[in-house]
Structure formats: structure tokens, C-alpha cells
Ligand binder design. Structure first.
Ligand SMILES: [Zn+2]
Length: 59
């Protein structure tokens, strides 16, 4: 179990697990509107919105 936390600057991220045993088909994840976090269901990587990143509001 190694869970990585990855900072991203957009509310939608793509994850393919990277190289190695955790690799998986490319999937798109949408960060939670409130927590600004998402966890990949395949490899358990955690994506968080980078502090100060612009979140499109009102869309
Ligand atoms: Zn993944």
C-alpha cells in the first residue's frame, strides 16, 4: 500500500497509474467540488487541488 498524493491544478485529472505494477487503463477523475480531492479507484493515488489554483466557479 503506497498511497501517493499528487497536487493538480485542474478539477479534472487523468490517471493511468504510472509505470510498473500499479499501471492501469487511463481514467479521468473529477475532483470533489467541496473537498477538492479525488482518489483513483484503481491505484489509490490521491489527487488534491494545488493551493491557490483557480477553480472555475459559476459553471
Ligand atoms: Zn490511478
Amino acid at each position: 500500500m503506497d498511497d501517493e498524493t499528487i497536487e493538480v491544478e485542474t478539477m479534472t485529472v487523468a490517471c493511468d497509474g504510472g509505470s510498473g505494477p500499479l499501471g492501469h487503463p487511463n481514467v479521468y477523475l473529477h475532483l470533489d467540488d467541496d473537498t477538492h480531492e479525488a482518489v483513483c479507484p484503481y491505484c489509490s493515488k490521491k489527487f488534491v487541488l494545488k493551493e491557490g489554483a483557480q477553480v472555475a466557479a459559476g459553471h
